[in-house]
Structure formats: C-alpha cells, structure tokens
Design a protein around this ligand. Structure first.
Ligand code: FES
Length: 866
C-alpha cells in the first residue's frame, strides 16, 4: 500500500489498528505531528490530506492509500511557509506542543483566504472559526490571531525576522522541536501502567504473567483511588505492552471507601489515612511546605494563619446579631481543575554500558530531578543525565520524581533496553494532577468609616487523597492588618491526588475574597477599585488600581443591570503573590564558533526561559541576538531552578547578566571589543574563541525573607507581585452563556526581561482563568471516585473562540531592591481572573455567582431566582 508524504513515496503497513498519526510519527519519524487527546478534539495531530486538514489520530493509516499527505515538515514545500514566519514574529506559541497542528491548519486557511480575498486580514471570528478544532492549553491564542491575520495580509512573505521574540520559535513552528514524546531510541521498549479499578482495597497479589514489570504499590499494599498505579509492564512494541497490561490480574480485598467528599466528612465514613505514618505520607498539592495540623478522621485542620482571631470572630458575630449591613457573608465553591498539558507525562529511560542513567522526561525541574534520581538509584550525581529540551506544557504537576520516571527507569534496568512510558489522556486527566476543589465560608465586616474591621474565612480543600489546602493563608497578605481568623482544612477522600497548579490555592481564595470585597463596595456605595485601593497597603498595586480606574471601560460603565437579553458587565479583581528566587542559579557563557553560547540546565516550559537568557546576554554584550545561542534542558549543564513558584526569570536574568559582565571583563582584559569597551562584535568573538565564564545570581540588596533555601531550592524574597484584572463580559440571559469580550491585565512584577513572551504568559493566564471560570470541571463517579471526564471532549478547556481581546499592562517600578529588578509573573497573572469574571457577571445581571464553573444552568437558575 502506498502514499506520498511531503512529496516522497512511502509504504503503509496493512495493520488497520495503526493510525495515520502513528504511521507518520513512528513509521516515518515525522514527529512534528503531535498526538495529545487521541480523540480528534485538540488538533495537535493535524496534517493535510490532498491539501485538506485532517485529524490523523482518528484516521487509520490505511486511509492514506493513494493520497497525498503533507505534515508540518512539508508545509511550504521545503521552504518556510509565511504562516510559520508569522507564528514566530507574533510569538503565537508558548510550550509549542500545539503549534505544528495550528500551523498546518492555519497554512491551509491562509492559502485559501488569500486565493479568495487577496492579501486582506480576515475578521477575528473567521480566524476563530477556521481554528476551532484546535486547543492550546498554554492559551497562546492572542498571538495566533495576530499571526494568522498578518499572514493573510501578506506581511510575512519576505525573509524571516532574524530575531523573533522567542529564541526557539522557528524550531517550534517547523515541528523540529523535540519533546520527550518524540524520543524513541534504537531498540526502545514501550511501557504501560496498570491502574487500580478499586477506590479502596488491599492488594493481595498481582500476576503480571511473564511480562517484564515493576511494582508501583507502596509498602502497605493498599490502593486509595481508582486510577492509582499498581504495576508497569514493558514489551518491545506498544501493542505488545498494551496486550501484556490487559493480561495482568490483580487480587483485591475490597475495603469500604469514601469517594464522595461530602460523604467522607460524615461520622463512620471510611478513613483514607488512618495511621500517623499514612497521614505523614499523604501526597501534597501545595507548593513547598505543608504546615502540621491535627486530623479528625478525613478532615485535617484547622490551620489558622490569622491574627487577633478571637476579636475578628467576636466582631462578626455581634455584627450578625445586630443585622449590620456592612457585614458581607457568603459561601463560595470551586471545581476541580485538571492540568491536562498537551504533552502528557512522559519518560524515556536508558542505562548505558558504564552504568550511567539517561532520562528524557517531560519535567519542569531538570536539575532537581537529577538530584532526586541520583539519590533514589544511589548513583553519583554526575552519572545521572536528565534531558528536557522542550516541554509541552507544565503548570506545576511535572516537578519531582514521578511514577512515569520511576517505572521507566526500573523497567529499563529489568529489560536491558531503553523504555518509554507515556500517559494516555485518560491517565493524564485522572492522575496527571489537578487543582483541588474548594468550599470557602467568608465574612467581611467594615466599620462605620468603611475600613476593614474583621475577616473570617474557613476553607475546605478537596484534593482527593492529598493534602495541602492553604487557601485562606494567602489572605494574610492582602488588605491590611485588620483582625482576621483564617482557617484551612483538608477533606480527604478516595479520589486521585491534587498537585500544585499555577498559583496553588490562589484562585480558590480570590474567587471568594474578591467577590466579597466587591459585594462590600456595593453595600457601602463605593467604587470597587477605590475600595480596594483604600484597603490595600501594597503601593505597587496602587499604581495598578489607578491604571484600571482610568480605563474607559471602567469609567464609562453604567450603574445597575442593563435591560435586554444580552447584558454587558465589567468586573475587577486584584491578586497578590509571593516572590521566589533560586539564588544558586548559575549560567556559563562559552564563545563557540564565533557565537556566545549560554549554558544552563533550565527547562523551558514555554515561559520564555531561553529568551530571557539570550536577551540579557545580547543586551549586555551589545551583540546581535543572532550571535547568542542558548543550550538548555540538560542536567549536565550549570545548575538552574525548577520552573515552579514563578522563580525562573528572577533567577536566570541576573545570572545571565553576571556571566555577560564577566565575559566583557575578560574581553576588555584581552583588548577585544569595540574600542576596548568590552562590547563585542563578530571579530571580537572570533578572538575570544573557547573562552568560558560563569555567572551567578547575586543576592538581593535587602536579602530574603527566608535566610535559607527551602527544600526545593527556592528562597522567599522581599515584596509581593500584584495584579489587577478588569474583565468585560456579555451574558446571554436566554441561554445562560457568558462570553468574556475584553480583558485588561495589569501586572506588577518589576522589570520585564523578554517583553513578548512575558505578555504571552499573562495572556495565557487570562485564558486559563477564563477556563476555570466558565468551563473546567472534573466530574467523578460519587460511588467509586472514578474520573468520568477522562477525555478532552468531556473535560472542556478554552478554545480560540473563547478568548477575549486582551490588553496587558506592565507596571515595572518597585523592585529596585531585587537583583536585576524583575520577578516572576506566571502565577499572579492568572489567579484573579475568575473572580473578575464573577464580578462582571454580577455587574451584568445583579446576581452574585458563588459556584464555579459558571455553567449556563447555574446562570439561568441564578438570574431566574433573583
Ligand atoms: Fe499551545 Fe502550549 S503553546 S499547548
């Protein structure tokens, strides 16, 4: 059977079970075509079939017979297609995993549009319609809109920009960027994890037949959720591995389960973690330290981070007794939000003949993982080699030594061959990490002068078997020093564990707090921004409030719910986040082949780490960006931070600058550079060939909050990042649909190192916040806890058509005490968005939403009951 792929004849096997995506990826090695959902939903696997876009994950390879296939590698007939240049120029990507699929579809659309309409930019809706079959979990949609419009207008027909805003843009737009899921060494075996089908059981025995396998159960031989890894099996092909997995038999002794979080709190409910040791070993969905707290059956807590708690409670009780209309109370709930990065958790492990361990892994912590792996397998650190050149999305759940790595490494040793293990989408949506659901009871009291007199919050986090709820803790950091009781509880149940997710606990807090503050503003008749400005002591956020208050959309909004079916409303929410840094960050510069190569172990998860390093080095040295290359994503390179806690940029930028300064010093010492200035040109670089210098991240001028590094290498710095989001929505009061139309994101994180990638990240934060507000809700079977939304049709994330027009405003002052002047913004840029949407819905309808997501049925019920 034959076909033509990118103009070259190719033979197709006769196996009807092989998909077209598998044929081009595994058979032909054309790994630009990605697979993510395997359900025809996300568009990552799009290729052209006789010139028309098609999802190749659902198409049998046999359907390619006699057809002409074009993959991303063949778009543009061997040259770069204008769409690829446009994607690079407009930074229409972050992690880049979705990018090839978008590029293929967009190229077909652009060619068609130009043939029919000439070089004109299509309307935004036309672009959204054309790309409706594609999903980008990072939320790079604003750049995609801009890229497609400009390519249609013929703005990218000439040569590519020499320095696109993202260093690795061309690799991602062409499909050349290699992710862990693209790695398949010679002789590689495939592995599959067999997972529990029981919510709670003792495992009496596992029979893996004759398959190579590794046991993944803990010492207590107990499973605590449907989907928990039991055993991993490996075989020379994926089909054989799947067959071996199906042959595994497990002997369970079922135990009573508490799979429903409400039932888990009832007296007599089955206890998830019953011993002190089990409680101590419970997984955490928090980032960093989980403070100790007492347990009562399935409830852990309270952990109170308030102050003058008794005063706060007394004032609120008395206000309730006297019916004080300056007392705002409410119960706010959020749903489970799944990470679901488009590149699933994946690992390829290999032991070499000398006993060194080589691991390709989709991780957001290359250097830290190397340390953990060395410890786990008792190897000197230098004999563990972690690689993560490109990572297809990571939002907190890809840090640490996880099951895919443990299983692949153990199986590689058992099989004597490289072993590859990739989560399927059901595993990803079940066990790939999630933001726990929450229920928060809040009360705010204002005194006669409108000052915050008292605050109480009780938050119950529902993270399945995991703990780490610190929702109210974050309320310590906002709105002054008024008395407050801030109590956090975890309610554990027999469901999968949560994981840190971009601003852990932040969206849950702000969904409650920022709506309660909004409610208070309306109670006391004050502008919601003015009230926040008055209550909030953060001077950097004051600048953002002033910016937001001056926006025409805010100044010109009308009071009261407007009449009619479609009602527009505008809402605001503020956000606060910590500043973390990894002061051990190191960058080496080496002059190589007439260029400067910056070496760092850092993984670029799409946040622009490479661009930060290359931009700083090029600026400092005064060389064109094209003369700086970044070698990243390998643990053999100098130490770099994990991409967690928004610490990467604040750590890398100053280290890069320090290294560049040292290179200049060396150049000056050798009399190289323009007029001996140390500013380098090509001739000077040629004279410095082979020179190597090392830069460190210098300590902040005022030191740090924590005098020592936390276990994950981070240090808490002085100061807080801030955000103010203003969102405009349109509510369809007939159908209950909420459509965000425009969003303004004001961000205070100091100096912006790489402007367009930073803006892109903030835009993606808005998109993810909108998903949290409107669509994302994991659904579980209440009896077994099995995840029912285990595919991307049932678990809905925002598409390009759901994206409002987004304006990002950076306030760069106030971080002069920080070395380099800039800190991270990945978390503060997303955590307040849902609350701003909630406040906008209130503004549009006069009804205060309390429960996420804002589904049409909830909207209709809410505004109908008003
Ligand atoms: Fe689209 Fe990451 S850039 S999924």
């Amino acid at each position: 059977m034959g076909t033509t792929v990118n103009g070259t004849p190719a033979q197709i096997g006769a196996d009807p079970a092989t998909t077209a995506a598998e044929f081009v990826r595994d058979g032909l090695g054309l790994t630009g075509t990605k697979t993510a959902c395997n359900a025809g939903v996300c568009g990552s696997c799009t290729l052209l079939l006789d010139g028309a876009p098609a999802a190749s994950c659902l198409l049998p390879a046999t359907a390619l017979e006699g057809r002409s296939v074009t993959t991303v590698e063949g778009i543009g007939n061997g040259a770069e297609h204008p769409v690829q240049r446009a994607f690079a120029a407009h930074d229409a990507m972050q992690c880049g995993y979705c990018t090839p699929g978008f590029v293929v579809e967009a190229a077909a659309f652009v060619d068609r549009h130009r043939a029919e309409h000439g070089d004109t930019a299509p309307a935004r809706d036309e672009i959204a319609d054309a790309l409706a079959g594609h999903l980008c979990r990072c939320g790079a949609y604003p750049g995609i809109y801009a890229a497609v419009a400009s390519a249609c207008a013929g703005e990218h027909d000439g040569a590519a920009e020499s320095a696109p805003p993202r260093t690795e843009a061309a690799e991602k737009a062409s499909g050349r960027a290699r992710y862990t899921t693209d790695v398949r060494p010679e002789g590689c075996w495939e592995a599959v994890i067999v997972r529990s089908t029981r919510a709670h059981a003792h495992v009496l025995g596992v029979d893996a037949g004759g398959a190579h396998h590794v046991d993944l159960l803990g010492a207590d031989r107990t499973v605590r959720y449907v989907g928990q890894p039991l055993v991993a099996v490996a075989a020379p092909t994926a089909a054989k591995a799947r067959a071996a997995a199906e042959q595994v038999s497990v002997d369970y002794r079922d135990l009573p389960a508490a799979a429903d979080p409400a039932a888990a709190r009832l007296p007599g409910a089955a206890v998830v973690h019953s011993t002190r040791a089990e409680r101590g070993a419970a997984p955490s969905h928090s980032e960093g330290f989980v403070p100790p707290a007492r347990w009562k059956d399935n409830v852990r807590g309270p952990f109170n981070m308030g102050w003058r708690s008794a005063t706060a409670v007394k004032r609120i009780r008395e206000a309730a007794r006297r019916g004080d209309d300056r007392l705002v109370t409410g119960v706010f709930q959020t749903a489970v939000q799944a990470h679901t990065p488009l590149e699933p958790h994946a690992c390829v492990a290999r032991w070499d003949d000398a006993g060194d361990l080589h691991i390709h892994v989709s991780t957001q912590a290359v250097a830290a993982l190397a340390e953990e792996a060395a410890e786990r397998w008792e190897l000197p650190r230098g004999r563990v080699h972690i690689t993560a050149e490109h990572v297809g999305g990571a939002f907190g759940a890809k840090a640490g030594l996880r099951v895919e790595t443990v299983a692949a490494v153990e199986l590689a040793r058992a099989c004597g061959a490289p072993v590859r293990l990739v989560f399927d989408r059901a595993a990803e949506l079940t066990d790939g990490g999630h933001r726990p659901a929450s229920r928060t009871e809040i009360a705010l009291l204002a005194d006669a002068d409108g000052h915050l007199s008292a605050m109480t919050m009780d938050a119950y986090s529902d993270g399945g078997v995991s703990v780490g709820g610190m929702v109210t803790t974050l309320a310590r950091l906002m709105y002054g020093r008024g008395p407050r009781r801030l109590r956090d509880f975890d309610v554990v149940s027999h469901r999968p564990p949560g994981a840190p997710f971009r601003g852990p606990n932040g969206p849950q807090l702000l969904w409650a707090l920022e709506q309660a503050v909004d409610d208070m503003a309306h109670r006391i008749g004050e502008d919601p921004i003015a009230l926040r400005r008055r209550w909030d002591g953060n001077t950097k956020r004051h600048a953002l409030y002033d910016w937001a208050a001056a926006l025409p959309v805010w100044r010109e909004r009308t009071a009261g719910a407007p009449p009619g079916r479609f009602r527009r409303g505008v809402g605001v929410a503020a956000a606060n986040w910590m500043y973390l840094v990894d002061s051990a960050t190191t960058i080496e510069l080496v002059v190589e082949d007439g260029t400067v190569v910056a070496e760092t172990a850092v993984q670029d998860i799409g946040t622009g780490a490479r661009s930060v390093v290359s931009g700083v080095v090029a600026d400092e040295l005064g060389v064109p960006a094209g003369l700086v290359r970044v070698r990243a994503g390998h643990s053999d390179l100098p130490y770099a931070p994990a991409s967690t806690g928004s610490r990467t940029t604040a750590s890398l930028g100053p280290a890069a600058r320090d290294a560049a300064a040292k290179l200049q010093e060396e150049a000056r010492g050798r009399g190289a550079g323009t007029a001996g200035s140390g500013r380098l040109d090509a001739a000077a670089l040629a004279a410095l060939e082979g020179l190597r210098v090392r830069g460190r991240r210098r300590r902040d001028r005022r030191g740090y909050v924590t005098p020592f590094a936390l276990p994950d290498g981070g240090t808490i710095g002085r100061g807080f990042t801030g955000a103010v989001h203003v969102v405009e929505v349109e509510v369809d009061t007939l159908l209950g649909a909420v459509r965000p139309t425009r969003c303004w994101a004001g961000i205070s994180a100091g100096r912006i190192y790489a402007e367009r990638p930073a803006r892109n990240q903030c835009e993606g934060g808005v998109v993810q916040g909108i998903g949290y507000a409107l669509y994302e809700q994991r659904r579980d079977d209440p009896l077994t806890g099995a995840v029912l939304t285990a595919n991307m049709e049932d678990y809905r994330i925002p598409g390009i058509g759901d994206t409002p027009e987004i304006t990002v405003h950076f306030h760069e002052e106030g971080w002069e005490h920080v070395t380099g002047g800039g800190v991270g913004l990945g978390e503060v840029s997303t955590i307040g968005v849902a609350a701003a949407v909630g406040n906008a819905v209130f503004d549009a309808t006069g009804w205060r939403p309390r429960e996420l997501p804002l589904r049409p049925d909830r909207i209709l019920e809410g505004i109908g009951a008003k």
